[in-house]
Design a protein around this ligand. Sequence first.
Ligand SMILES: NC(=O)c1ccc[n+]([C@@H]2O[C@H](COP(=O)([O-])OP(=O)(O)OC[C@H]3O[C@@H](n4cnc5c(N)ncnc54)[C@H](OP(=O)(O)O)[C@@H]3O)[C@@H](O)[C@H]2O)c1
Length: 279
Amino acid sequence: MKTWYITGGTPGGFGMAYANAALEGGDRVVLTTRRPGELRYWAARHRDRALVLPLDVTDPRQVRQTVAEAETRFGGIDVLVNNAGRGWYGSVEGMDDAALRKVFELNFFSVLEVTRAVLPGMRRRGSGWIVNMSSVAGLVGVPGFGFYSAAKFALEGLTDVLRQEVAPFGIKVLAVEPGAFRTRAYAGFAGQPIDESVPDYWPMLAVVRDGMIAENGQQPGDPDRGARAVIAAIDQDDPPKRLVLGSAGYDRVLHRLEAMLAELRGQEAVARGTDFPAA
Ligand SMILES: NC(=O)c1ccc[n+]([C@@H]2O[C@H](COP(=O)([O-])OP(=O)(O)OC[C@H]3O[C@@H](n4cnc5c(N)ncnc54)[C@H](OP(=O)(O)O)[C@@H]3O)[C@@H](O)[C@H]2O)c1
């Protein structure tokens, strides 16, 4: 029986989907959320194997406290899911400085904070899984979501290095890249005014915002199926390093990587031509 520690446990989101799938598999779950009251009935249904803890992931004190509580209650964390995250739209040139820093605080620095809090216990026990919720936007830049893309790209880089650094301690690391999934992720875009400082980008941002509003509730991805696919992936003898979820996301990443590979192959002579001549 494994113990999971999951951030961002809002009903209808990926966090809850992971929690339910882990419980179905017979595991124990610590589900953290900013609003534990919303999970009162859910927690009561799974009292012996689930613990709901209040957590704003941008508060390092709360992070350390909840990790310690989870370890005390269940004797250690076997699977950390860094799930809490969210995107805001804005242009690279015009997005407000405070807003873009918030994007990085939530999607990058908080993940680092939680990971650093959980790693000592995993290293002591010589095992563990860290699942980082990235995005297709972490592999393919999305116009209008430059800072969300940048934060998820940064998370991809961190995940890639972390995987190699913690492997000797028996700890495994997976990046998950969903496309559009039917959660509450797109729910907050309706009614938001476009008031950036550079009006030239307003028409582009209006298209981005209206697209999110139109797709809210229609996203093709099913978070429950997504969570089950991740669990199946980490249970494999030879688990993947990355897992793209959703048909459209898969096509987009495939197209992007094939184009990058073709471009790279076309640059071989230029790349090799910049070495010092062999002595
Ligand atoms: N759905 C998609 O299409 C999609 C695509 C690619 C990647 N993802 C990634 O998947 C992950 C889960 O998102 P989701 O789709 O399940 O969307 P969601 O339903 O909006 O869930 C996001 C979660 O993050 C939490 N969160 C935001 N700020 C927080 C903070 N400061 N402290 C603690 N929790 C915070 C939210 O809590 P509140 O409810 O309190 O705000 C919510 O539980 C995210 O990392 C997202 O970037 C989603």
